[in-house]
Design a protein around this ligand. Structure first.
Ligand SMILES: Cc1cc2nc3c(=O)[nH]c(=O)nc-3n(C[C@H](O)[C@H](O)[C@H](O)COP(=O)(O)O)c2cc1C
Ligand code: SF4
Length: 444
């Protein structure tokens, strides 16, 4: 099976802009500067680039909508908040090559005629902040920054990466998703009414990996991009694999690579004597059971098995894991990270958590399981953002796939299984192939 290949993950960190230029960096931007906005967008559309932040939304649709807006003030936002548990791809890319991200941001700004660009990231991402601010300085000195870029450092909250919360933080407010019927690419940053005229300031929010692809597409062309990956999802993805595998790490692979290859070849498989039991893509999508290991890693294929590609961060659990504990801890994480602006989200997370905890502790029965599932399913009604849908994805799918195990917990609790924590990745020691986790918030 193939070794990790690609173009987004430089084999070792680039030390300077000169090194980036020596491998063709900057050519995509030079080309974009000679093109119209419509032609840049047409190239990205032909390439079939889909967002790498979780939903796989076609990038060209956002850009086209913004470019057709009658509002002259537009903004470009790069989402580098990377808060999804089990994911460390954006930070790895930025550590190795911050220039490609800045180049992509500059091309995107040209495509939508943005007035200003922002990069949103967590305050704790110190190494990434230094890499990006250094790259911006070097590129400015060489005349490669045409639209100003500001880095905004926000709180540790999972919600910082939710696009409407990120806009709030850029405006100096808390990481709480704003209420809006329209997406940011229609109603964006710093909106106001001046002399009875409403200024919606459409704003493009794209994930850091999505944007890192853009300079390469402009330089090499859409056919080159489509020569990798699948018709559904062209290109590569930078995957993170962690949990119960022997070689956790970050690997760039063509879209369409079987999940099995990521887990067994790059991730090294489970420890001797153990088998894969369950896999989650972050805490966002329904569980993937071991019988789906041959599913290709692209948005469409993952949908066909009822799961999702997410942001390409896969958490593996082996057959020593208690799945009731997994459901409990994931529900608890989503409950505690919910900002509480929508009652069904906060209450649903809380209710699911307390009933699942009863099952783990031994005082729960079928009534608690039903209550947990119902609370999770109902959590997303009338809510502002996708967070409660994640609860509705995780809890029922896990209870359904491991039903006998849940039933076995009725009035008995968990019999000697290890505690589960939600693997938020704080750092990655590449030489030791070791992730450093800061586990999600938990209740006592
Ligand atoms: C709770 C929550 C957390 C999110 N966190 C991130 C994140 O850390 N990084 C990211 O790029 N997208 C995140 N997203 C998705 C963003 O809202 C948005 O869809 C994405 O940045 C769009 O970029 P793309 O089209 O390039 O994928 C999150 C969504 C939710 C609901
Ligand atoms: S759905 Fe949940 S996390 Fe999202 S805004 Fe409402 S309460 Fe906050």
């Amino acid at each position: 099976m193939a070794a990790p290949t690609g173009f987004l993950l430089a084999p070792k960190p680039l030390a300077s802009l000169d090194e980036y230029i020596a491998i063709g960096g900057g050519k995509g931007l030079s080309r974009a500067l000679t093109m119209t906005s419509a032609d840049i967008i047409a190239e990205v559309k032909k390439a079939g680039l889909r967002g790498r932040g979780g939903a796989g939304f076609p990038t060209a649709i956002k850009w086209t909508t913004i470019s057709h807006s009658s509002c002259p003030t537009r903004y470009m936002v790069c989402n580098a908040a990377e808060g999804e548990p089990g994911t460390f791809k954006d930070r790895t890319m930025i550590r190795r090559n911050p220039y490609q991200l800045i180049e992509g941001i500059q091309v995107a700004a040209l495509a939508i005629n943005a007035k200003k660009c922002f990069i949103g990231m967590k305050t704790s991402f110190e190494r990434e902040y230094l890499r990006l601010s250094g790259a911006i300085e070097e590129m400015s000195a060489r005349g490669l920054i045409h639209t100003p870029v500001q880095i905004v450092r926000g709180p540790e909250d999972y919600l910082l990466g939710e696009e409407r919360a990120l806009l709030e933080v850029i405006e100096g407010k808390e990481a709480m998703p704003r209420e809006a019927d329209n997406p940011p690419y229609q109603i964006g940053l710093f909106t106001r009414t001046m002399f009875d005229v409403y200024e919606p300031n459409p704003t493009d929010v794209n994930n850091a990996e999505t944007l890192s692809n853009v300079g390469h597409i402009l330089r090499e062309g859409p056919e080159w991009f489509r020569s990798m990956g699948t018709a559904d999802t062209p290109g590569t993805m930078v995957f993170t694999i962690c949990g119960d595998v022997r070689t956790p790490g970050v690997y760039e692979l063509p879209m369409g690579t079987p999940l099995r290859e990521l887990v067994e070849v790059h991730g090294g498989g489970t420890r001797p004597g153990r088998k894969v039991k369950a896999i989650y893509s972050g805490v966002t999508n329904p569980v993937i059971t071991a019988d789906h290991l041959d599913t290709p890693l692209d948005f469409g294929s993952m949908r066909t098995i009822g799961a999702g590609l997410g942001s390409g961060g896969y958490i593996v659990y082996d057959d020593s894991t208690c799945m009731v504990r997994v459901a409990y801890r994931y529900a608890e994480f989503l409950w505690l990270e919910s900002c509480g602006q929508c009652s069904s989200c906060k209450d649903g997370g809380h209710t699911a958590t307390i009933h699942l905890r009863k099952l783990v502790e031994g005082s729960g029965n079928s009534v608690d399981l039903a209550a947990a599932i119902q609370a999770a399913v109902k959590a997303p009604s009338g809510t502002r953002c996708f967070l409660p849908s994640e609860l509705a994805n995780i809890v029922p799918s896990t209870a359904d796939a491991y039903r006998d195990e849940f039933v076995g917990h009725f009035n008995r609790g968990c019999q000697g299984h290890a505690e589960i924590t939600v693997p938020k990745i704080a750092d990655y020691d590449e030489s030791a192939r070791n992730f450093i986790y800061t586990h999600g918030r938990t209740t006592p």
